[in-house]
Design a protein around this ligand. Sequence first.
Ligand SMILES: [Mn+2]
Length: 241
Amino acid sequence: MKRQKPLIALTTSYSEEEKQIYLRIYYERVIKEAGGIPFILPLEAEKEDYLSLLSLVDGVLFTGGGDIYPFLFGEEGLKGCGNVNFYRDELEIWLFQQCFDLNKAVLGICRGLQMMNVAMGGSIYQDISSEYSRKIQIAHQQPFDFSLAVHSVNLQKDSQLATLLGQNRIRVNSVHHQGIKALADAFYGTAYALDGLCEAIEAKEKNFILGVQWHPERMYKKDKNSLLLFQAFIHACEKIK
Ligand SMILES: [Mn+2]
């Protein structure tokens, strides 16, 4: 039987205490809503089997989660760094590099965007509040419902994001304490918060490899920009496969 909808791989988090893989349900719901089939990737499989899985799926969504192990971007662990999962970090960095080489459609969300930047040689703030201080103090960890926006981002003219949304400034939610420090050469920075923090990236000369620092999967029911982003991702997966 011919598959009609794009198959979208989702990466998972892991709890060492619980010995459980987990994924917030919003990722599945929004992929389904946007016209794709959500498909949860295993956390432990052979590398060659991941390559088989990559050849089966039409796109990969790198989901949110914990902090990134500091030595992976050449830094000492600093005060303010949170818990990490080294295995997941290494796996996702490798997986993203495969996607990049294959020019696979990719969407990175929150930690996903940070990991993509690290995978391509960039670095991140381990803790924005202690390492990044600006005159305007934006609430990057919002104190209210994640379905509501908390700060604005300015979109770079002619970026894929600005083009697909047809806007130059949008409002987003914010649930992150890490953020992009040195942007890897492979990417353009395409959205910036009013304190200057980079909140979206796009790979240069690729079809659709895009990351956002916010969580559109928590906003899509009320916010049409969020749904448009996922629909554009699914559309790119359809076109590229
Ligand atoms: Mn933010």
